[in-house]
Design a protein around this ligand. Structure first.
Ligand code: PLP
Length: 413
């Protein structure tokens, strides 16, 4: 049995032995649905900003499970909260409430700015949160049911279920699954396109404030503020998808807070419970009155295990000022990236610890493979972008190590 496996506690030596040296790849190809490409590595263990693969190799993790492992891996606050909760009460159904459920809902009202007029609907993923938001949009009917239009942005990602896919502005993901729920129109991410599209028949505008899956693309300056004015004027819901950007990632609790606006609804998921599946729709003001009893629900949504994890993550983010850390480390990371003397590096995008690197020659996959081979996990969401989303706990040592390992990967191309 290899060293790494002794510490994993998740797999027996015998089974794992067959999985060494890439031996897991063929069984993966047989057993896992073909929706997934064969992954590059099989991981068995993590600690802080590091993970180890089945062969015992160590990696600096600058992807954090796509902006999920906010506290890194194996954080004691999360381990203790989840262990204690699962030993006490893991699940109860929505016929009952639990202290952790109510506590997380109250905390989400505070950090989103929804305050006392806010309400929270829990689910188990980002896509589910957006499904709920889509249903919310349908409830904003307008006089004589005139509000039949839902606006979303080209190239934005909102999830893979039928409703969230209808909102997603990426035709290649959608086409095989049409017909999708109707009424959604995709517009360009410009203030002009927004002004041209919006009218009184619009029930909702969905916005991904930094397009993570598209390569960490920022919105134009002033877009969110103009969106707020226009949706208010036309009584359309402004729904912001903060599934990737939320919970401190961009150096504020939520990305819309950089623009000084409040939406009518926000969807939250990825980083909120540090890796335990969770999702939430948070509504503001009049939007909190739209759903009525019996119109939505989820068996697992808001269960004590997931919400205890959420409470632990939010408490640790606050205790260690990880929102401030994301803002500071994000700036340092951008400086490091700009300091590389490489013609491959184009623009540097994003906010806080959600960073996109535009590549001049479109070799993002080769670069991310080279980084991986040198012990660094970064992500290539497309051929011309590298995405970085390290745990919010990164410090000096990890940034220095990133500089070395990413620098070597760049030089090796
Ligand atoms: C990841 C993501 C989703 C989908 O979340 P899942 O948990 O994968 O369903 C939706 N919107 C954005 C912006 C995301 O980054």
């Amino acid at each position: 049995m290899s060293e790494a496996l002794n510490g994993s506690g998740t797999t027996t030596g015998e089974v794992a032995g067959a999985w060494l040296d890439g031996g897991w790849k063929a069984p993966f190809g047989d057993a896992i649905m073909r929706t997934l490409a064969t992954p590059k590595r099989m991981l068995v263990r993590g600690e802080g900003c590091r993970v180890w693969d089945v062969d015992g190799n160590e990696y600096l993790d600058f992807l954090a499970g796509i902006a999920v492992n906010a506290l890194g891996h194996g954080h004691p606050a999360l381990v203790e909260a989840v262990s204690a909760q699962v030993a006490t009460l893991a699940h109860v159904s929505n016929y009952f409430s639990t202290p952790s459920q109510l506590q997380l809902a109250q905390r989400l009202r505070e950090i989103t700015g929804a305050g006392e007029r806010g309400r929270v609907l829990f689910g188990n993923s980002g896509a589910e949160a957006n499904e709920a938001a889509f249903k919310l949009a349908r409830l904003n009917k307008g006089q004589h049911g005139r509000k039949t239009r839902v606006l979303a942005l080209h190239n934005a990602f909102h999830g893979r279920t039928m409703g969230s896919l209808a909102l997603t502005g990426k035709p290649p993901m959608r086409e095989a699954f049409e017909p999708l729920p109707g009424g959604v129109e995709h517009i360009d991410s410009t203030i002009e396109a927004l002004e041209a599209a919006i009218d009184d028949r619009v029930a909702a505008l969905f916005v991904e404030p930094i397009k993570g899956e598209a390569g960490v693309l920022d919105l134009p300056e002033g877009f969110l503020r103009r969106a707020r004015e226009l949706t208010e004027q036309h009584h359309a819901l402004l729904i912001i998808d903060e599934i990737q950007t939320g919970v401190g990632r961009t150096g504020r609790w939520f990305a819309y807070q950089h623009e000084g606006i409040l939406p009518d609804a926000v969807t939250v998921a990825k980083g909120m419970a540090g890796g335990v599946p969770i999702g939430a729709l948070v509504t503001f003001g009049w939007a909190s009155d739209l759903f009525t009893q019996g119109q939505h629900g989820s068996t697992f949504g808001g269960n004590p295990l997931a919400t205890a994890a959420g409470n632990a993550v939010l408490a640790e983010i606050e205790r260690s000022d990880l929102v401030g850390n994301a803002a500071r480390r994000g700036e340092e990371l951008k400086q490091i990236i700009r300091s590389f003397d490489s013609p491959l590096i184009g623009d540097v995008r994003g906010h806080g610890l959600l960073i996109g690197i535009g590549l001049t020659d479109g070799e993002a996959h080769r670069l991310s493979d080279a980084a991986l081979a040198g012990g660094l996990i970064v992500n290539a969401p497309n051929e011309s972008s590298i995405r970085l989303a390290p745990p919010l706990i990164v410090g000096d040592a990890e940034l220095a190590e990133f500089r070395d390992r990413f620098g070597r990967a760049l030089a090796s191309l």
